[in-house]
Ligand binder design. Structure first.
Ligand code: ARG
Length: 458
């Protein structure tokens, strides 16, 4: 077992323990082990096809990489004190196993293009899985929405009751947001899907490397065009962090609504026991902890994004060790979102609606005001004048306690069914809260979900 770092040749002295403790990344980048081995396998294929490795050496390296893979998979891989990061650990072990052939594996490669390759492979895989979980949450919302096309509740602006909408329309609004989040994830994935392998430390190599062979072996959609860009580019990490932060903000807002809706003041929904928590002191409590954590954890996702952008902003080309700071925010953001999505999905899947309380809240006569004004518009009145006339009656009703629909009937000759279900039926505009439009929406969304599911599968 080697007791020196891989780069020891130029140095007489070994690294100080403080340097090692400060600069190591093995404690967190070990989770890239499978990607590092995959990258090395592709690199071996590239070197072999370029005539830079004999078939015998390539075979020895492949066998060693297989062993290393098996050791990691079994949790039996032994790290050495000199392993600075996952790349040095794998190379050290391959060299122990394959001898002279092992000493050839880093031919034409730098850890700079190696780490960028590993991380892109990792991001590609993880974003695909987050995308799948995002889709499942959207599917839960759609499942819960479909039966509620005629369940009225007040829609808010400024958290003040504004117009009746249906519970389906409300839930689908979040589903549409989630599909945009999915789009952002796919977009980040597309930009991560470029191979940097073959860029070397920063300027390529004097050796006849074949980046297209390695890119192909790893299933990358494209190959770098500029080696300096290839080793320094972490836009794909920032893209992923942004996509995750937006998704986190969405889950936060969805969580906030569950907190509101299940509160005593609203009482529009009840939490399922398996998806809520009790209080250590107050026996009667049932708390929306998932919703609150979904809201709370968005803070660290935003922090990860802004912190990493700050890391990037002053860097000269090309690789700088600062870039090692890409991994922890990325890993943390992925982990948090990966845990949040199924938790929020379960929360929404099991919420029990109190339709009576929703309807009662929607049966607020003043929610009729815009419908009355629009009835005047249909008779030819300019909207601004109609608005003013109805507003005057709202004021009169509030001041005198007179029934608002009766005032509209008597003063404006407008008689509308004041109930929320009738108000929903009056809404006919495309994309609006009326039952026909919402039904068209649920059907379109169902088709879109199926298409996205199929796309994520290939
Ligand atoms: N652990 C390093 C990182 O994550 C690997 C690359 C190191 N390259 C170097 N030239 N020191 O960025």
């Amino acid at each position: 077992m080697s007791s020196q770092p891989l780069w020891h040749g130029r140095f007489e002295a070994g690294p100080s323990p403080e340097l090692t403790a400060f600069s190591e990344s093995l404690s967190f980048d070990r989770r890239l082990w499978a990607d590092d081995i995959a990258g090395s396998r592709a690199h071996v294929a590239g070197l072999e096809s370029a005539g830079l490795l004999s078939t015998a050496d390539a075979d020895a390296l492949r066998a060693a990489l297989d062993t290393v893979h098996a050791e990691f998979a079994a949790g039996a891989f032994l790290f050495a004190p000199t392993d600075e990061d996952i790349h040095t650990a794998v190379e050290r072990r391959v060299t122990e196993l394959a001898g002279d052939a092992g000493a050839r594996i880093h031919t034409g490669r730098s850890r700079n293009d190696q780490v960028a390759t590993d991380l892109r492979l990792f991001v590609r895989r993880e974003l695909r899985s987050i995308g799948g979980a995002t889709l499942e949450l959207a599917a839960v919302l759609l499942d819960r929405a479909e039966p509620e096309i005629e369940t009225p509740l007040p829609g808010f602006t400024h958290l003040q009751a504004a117009q009746p909408v249906s519970l389906a329309h409300h839930l689908m609004a979040h589903a549409h947001g989630l599909l945009r989040d999915l789009d952002r994830l796919s977009d980040a994935l597309r930009r991560a899907d470029v191979s940097p392998l073959g860029a070397g430390a920063l300027g390529g190599s004097t050796l006849p490397l074949r980046p297209e062979v390695t890119a192909d072996a790893l299933g990358f959609a494209a190959i770098f065009s500029n080696s300096m860009d290839a080793v320094s580019d972490r836009d794909f990490v920032a893209d992923a962090l942004y996509a995750l932060a937006m998704l986190g903000v969405r889950l936060s807002k969805m969580g906030e609504e569950v907190v509101l809706w299940t509160s005593d003041g609203f009482g529009w929904a009840r939490l399922d026991e398996s998806w809520s928590t009790g209080s250590s002191m107050l026996p009667q409590k049932k708390n929306p902890d998932i919703a609150e954590l979904a809201r709370g954890k968005s803070g660290r996702l935003l922090g990860a994004l802004s912190g990493f952008l700050a890391t990037l902003k002053g860097l000269p080309l090309a690789y700088n060790r600062d870039l090692q700071e890409d991994k922890e925010p990325l890993f943390d953001s992925l982990d948090q979102v990966a845990r949040a999505l199924p938790a929020v999905a379960g929360l929404y899947r099991t919420l029990q609606w109190d339709r009576a309380r929703m309807s009662a809240a929607a049966d607020n006569p003043y929610l009729l005001a815009i419908d009355v004004a629009e009835a005047l518009v249909l008779r030819g009145e300019p909207f601004r004048r109609a608005h003013a006339r109805v507003a005057a009656l709202v004021r009169q009703s509030l001041e005198s306690g007179a029934d608002f629909p009766a005032l509209c009937r008597d003063h404006l000759d407008v008689q509308l069914d004041p109930g929320a279900p009738a108000a929903l039926l009056r809404r006919r505009s495309p994309g609006g809260a009326g039952p026909l439009a919402v039904q068209a929406q649920t059907q379109a969304l169902r088709a879109r979900l199926e298409a996205e599911r199929a796309r994520l599968k290939d």
